[in-house]
Every structure is written in structure tokens, then in C-alpha cells.
Design a protein around this ligand. Sequence first.
Ligand SMILES: Cc1cc2nc3c(=O)[nH]c(=O)nc-3n(C[C@H](O)[C@H](O)[C@H](O)COP(=O)(O)OP(=O)(O)OC[C@H]3O[C@@H](n4cnc5c(N)ncnc54)[C@H](O)[C@@H]3O)c2cc1C
Length: 565
Amino acid sequence: MSQRGAPHDEPNRDALDPFGAATHAVFNQPTELADCDLFGGDAALQEGVAREGGGWASNELTALGARLGSAETLELGALANRYPPELDTHDRYGNRVDLVRYHPSYHQLMRLAVEQGLHASPWAEPRPGAHVARAARYYMQAQIEAGHGCPITMTFAATPSLAKEPEIAKHWLPKIYARVYDPRNIPAADKQGLTIGMAMTEKQGGSDVRANTTRATARGHDAMGEAYELVGHKFFVSAPMCDAFLTLAQAPGGLTCFLAPRWRPDGTKNPIQIVRLKRKMGNVSNASSETEWRGALAWRVGPEGRGVATILEMVAATRFDCMIGSSAGMRMAAAQALDHCRQRKAFGALLIDQPAMRAVLADLALEAEASLALTLRVARALDNRAADPREDAFARIAAPLGKYWICKRTPAHAYEAMECLGGSGAMEDSPMPRLYREAPINAIWEGSGNVQCLDVLRAISRAPQALEAYFAEIDSARGANRALDAHAAALKGDMRDLDDFEERARDLCDRLALALQASVMVRNAPAASADAFCAARLEGRGARNWGALPKGLDLAAIVKRALPR
Ligand SMILES: Cc1cc2nc3c(=O)[nH]c(=O)nc-3n(C[C@H](O)[C@H](O)[C@H](O)COP(=O)(O)OP(=O)(O)OC[C@H]3O[C@@H](n4cnc5c(N)ncnc54)[C@H](O)[C@@H]3O)c2cc1C
């Protein structure tokens, strides 16, 4: 932690400048939030990890929290976005290369993420609480920088689908599981560690991938399985330097999932050609490309015609990571706001002690804590789902709900946190603009808002036990908070009739998500935070602006708990 305090009162100018030429002294400006401990300085995270079954990882998380919060690591996040990736389609001799060059800081962040096993640890080293421990590590890492999380998440999410194909699994999984980041642009067979991307979205349809027009033609069996050739385009392919891409294409039997390598096993380049890199509002460190597939080799993953079913598990994992990533963004935004306001004075008092600002800060802190608490609860469900059908049913509904709600709350949260820093918050050398521009992205990809709401409906209509598991979770907090009891009772009534669910999807999913967050908070958070969350979010006022909290809450306690140092 930085030892420098912030001087609030103007120093004696004559003493500083005997010749009288200085225009001013810098005072009442905060020191940067750096060299802080992202685990030790986050009570909600420490408690959540222990509660949900990841307590065994706390030593490792403690060491990691200090490393990630160091000024040096924070700087990597800034640099990776200041110097965006660049595409070389050809080399100087005219050969097609499709090479994306990244700033070294991006590679350092990737290495850090892979060495922590963020891309595979629950599959490679399964144990109770593995998802919770990974979620905590990812949560801290994502506070530093979001863009490199994209290939990390895609690798993590693709693995369960690949594991189902024995030949692919034999060749690819050991190097995916390795905690080695190997960015070299060479065939997978010659590398020590591999990453996997995804190529689903086409111009005519992203949410509705059944509209894909990329064609797959069978080319017989080889050492890796059933080989095909793919011809078509993909409108979004992020992290195009990944070693292979989980791809959807139309085979004779219908929409099918494939694994397409960047290099063919014979050492020649697989013709997946990058047309251009997208110019994005956020997620700048992560290259996202448009690609053409000109007879690219790919191996079938799952049966022909079962493409959507094959990627379902993958989709659930990417959505879960969006919950982690957006919760992390909110934590960093709230931490920046809190840390600034505890050092900056206006009208004679620290901002953090000004009642109007304290209400805003408390509200931002509540949102971040409730998002993290729900995320870690879902992580536990992922850990337990194989052994416990109720946890599986719960995860089926809680993951799309959480993805929808947490990602939706993040942009407004980022904006309000930015405003807490005043003008400095809008400056590009502050982390706030990056957090702000990053905030909407998670809501859009991996199933945008409405698509998540419709997935909640699908979960409920296909498996009624999902809604039962959901209400069992809410009811486990029954009697502890009047507002939550009333909210849950009304919700149960409204959920009995799902006839016009699509039209009411936003209203119902908002309320379902809020009840879930409230129940996790009521059961686990300190009374000051849980009471404030329920009063603010379930009794109507929270629907207005940040800081519009009811009377009589212990805002000082909420703010103190959330202080990052
Ligand atoms: C930065 C970035 C990186 C990306 N990287 C990748 C990648 O690596 N690989 C990849 O495959 N894709 C990637 N994508 C694409 C992303 O997954 C799609 O943009 C997303 O799935 C939405 O598809 P779409 O853009 O075609 O929008 P559409 O499907 O046209 O959706 C537009 C809107 O309509 C809504 N909608 C859709 N269906 C319904 C319905 N039935 N009822 C009501 N509303 C509906 C959606 O919620 C959305 O708000 C990336 C996107 C971004 C922004």
C-alpha cells in the first residue's frame, strides 16, 4: 500500500519557492490506487470464497491479490489498451500470414492468467471448490484488464465440449490443461500450451446461429477424428491468434460443431483468413476479427446436426465468466471511487464524509458486493452440479439470470463511479474511461439481454425443477427480511402464469435476479449491507438514481467495509 497521504491544505508557497516563480503547489489531489491488496483488501471476496467452498485456496489468493494489485501489474492493463493489437494480413514478400501483433503487456497478462490456471483449472485439477477458487482468481485478474479475459474464457469454456471427442481430447487437452502460455505462431503439435477461440457469429445472425451459412464438407477420417473442409465467413472471431477455434457450420446433417486449427497437422497454414480487425468501443486489447474460411480443415465435435446442443455447456461457461468479469469491473470502479473520495476534500470536508456522496458510494459498494456474492454462489453450484441435481437445476436458471442482470447493471455503475472522481475521472490516464467503455460489452456478447431472459424461460419450461430450485434458494432466507419475503411472495404469484412471459421477460427477470441477490446478501452479508440492499432494491427506490437510498441505513459501515485500502 502506498504510504503517501494526500495533502489537503495549501503548503506554504514561500518556503517551497524562495524566488516567487512557482504558479502553484499541487494539493488536495489523491494518490493513485496502486500497490493495494486485491484479496486482503476485499472483505466480501474473502468471506465469499470461504463460504462457497474455496477456503483451501486462500493462501494462494492472498499472494495473488498482492501481486495483481501492484503498480506494475496495474500498469500492464493500461498499456495493453493504450497500444492496441495490429493485423498483418501478409508478410513483406506477399505471403499470407494473418498475424496479429500485441503489445508485450498483453502477453504478460495472458501468461499471468494461464499460469494461474484461469483457462482450465477446474477441468485440469478438479476438486471441491475448484470453480469458486478460479472465480476468485479471475475476479481479481479481470480488475486489472478485461480484454485478455476473452481468450482465457473461450479456452475454459470450450474444453468440456472437446473432452467428449476422444481423439481430439487425447491430442489437445494435455496442452490446453498445461499452465504454459505459448504465444508462438506455429502448429499446435510444436507448442507447449494451447488456447482456443470461438467462431459462431455470422453477419446474418449472432443470437440465432441456426442462420449460419458456412458449409462443411466431409473429407474422411484422420488421426484427430472426422475431418471436414469449411467454406464461409465469420463476422466476429476474437483472439484470432488462438491455436484452434470451436466453429459452427452447416454439415449435410445440419448445424454442427467443429474444431478448426490455425495450422494443419502437416505444418501448412489452415486457410482461415483475417479480413480486418474490428474497431471496438471497449475491450481494445483483445483483437476481434472478421474472417473468411476458404476450405479450412476442421474436425467434427459431437454429431452432425447437434451443433447447438454440443456448445450448450460452453455457452453456460462463457456466461458465467461474464458474471465474474462484470462483477470485477464494478469492484474496481467502486474501489477507485471510494479511494478517491477518502482523499479528496470539497467544501471543507473529505468527500467520503459528505452525506450525499456517502450515499452514492454506499450504493455503488452494495451493487458490487451483491454481484460478487451471486457470482460466487453460482460458482458453488457449478462445483456441485455433477453430484447434486438440485444444484444443477439451480445453475440452469441462475447463470442466465446472473449474466443478464449483473452485466446490465455495470454500465450505469461505471458511469456513476466515474462521476465520483469529478473531472479527473473522465481523463484517459485514469482507469475510469476504460472501465466505462468496457462495461457494456459483457452484456452484448455470449447472449445479449433478451436472449438471456428467453433462456431463463427455456430453463423453466424445459425443467420445472429449475424454478423449484430457484425458489428453494430464495426461501432459505425466509423470515430474515420483510421486504424480501414480500418480494418473493409477489414473484411466486406472477411466475405461475408464464403465458406472456416474453413480453414481461425484462420485468420478471429483473425481479428474479434481485430476489436472488437479496437472498444471498441476507443470508451472508453483514446486516448493514443486507438491510440496505433489500431496502434500496426491493422497496422501489433503487430503481431511481444511485444514492437514492431510504432513511436510517448504516451507510458509514457499508462504505468502510468496501474501502480497498
Ligand atoms: C467485442 C465482441 C467480441 C465478439 N467476439 C466473438 C467471437 O469471438 N466469436 C463469436 O462467435 N462471436 C463474437 N461476438 C459476437 C457476439 O457473440 C454477437 O454479437 C452476439 O451474439 C449478438 O449477435 P448479433 O450481433 O448478431 O445480434 P443479434 O442476434 O441480431 O441481436 C440483436 C439484438 O436482438 C436481441 N434479440 C435476439 N433475438 C431476440 C428475440 N428472440 N427476442 C427478443 N430480442 C432478441 C438481442 O438480445 C440483441 O439485443 C463478439 C461480439 C463483440 C461485441
